[in-house]
Design a protein around this ligand. Structure first.
Ligand code: ZN
Length: 158
């Protein structure tokens, strides 16, 4: 019988996937610019000022074309980068598109907010790995684990 992949393991893989992507893209300097990564995949990124509280961003799909909207009601630039990183997580992580956006439409994300949805959590881990890779920023990543404010401050000071 096949063992189910543990949740903790999947979260770890999500972060590693982000770090592997940085390597692949040859990105070695901080801060990592998720907007540039999106641009390199022809994913259009735009600000969306008029969203409801709790929403961090959206992923849009039309056929094989993707777009990202990030909210601006949270002013922190670090949080906005984190939101874009989260949407990129859905784009890059295996199985995410099939799950969150299987056909044309919009996926609404709640990045950095406590969510029970494993796909949201994995996308958060991806964003953390992307913006705060373990090496050489191990301490920042550990500190960023527990809450949104810390993720924000870690993202903006890195
Ligand atoms: Zn999401």
């Amino acid at each position: 019988m096949k063992m189910p992949t543990s949740h903790a393991f999947r979260l770890k893989m999500a972060k590693q996937k982000a770090e592997a992507l940085l390597k692949e893209e040859g990105i070695t300097t901080m801060p990592v610019d998720p907007f540039a990564i999106a641009d390199s995949r022809d994913i259009e990124v735009k600000a969306k000022p008029d969203t409801a509280g709790g929403v961090s961003g959206m992923l849009l799909r039309h056929g094989d074309m993707f777009g990202i909207l990030y909210v601006t009601h949270v002013r922190s630039e670090g949080f906005q980068r984190f939101s874009v990183g989260h949407e990129l997580g859905h784009y890059f992580l295996d199985g995410h598109i099939d799950q969150v956006l299987p056909k044309d439409g919009i996926h609404t994300s709640y990045a950095g907010f406590v969510s029970a949805d494993p796909y949201e959590l994995e996308a958060d881990q991806f964003a953390a790995g992307l913006l705060m890779p373990s090496t050489p920023f191990k301490r920042t990543v550990t500190r960023a684990r527990c809450c949104r404010c810390q993720v924000r401050s870690a993202a903006s000071t890195s």
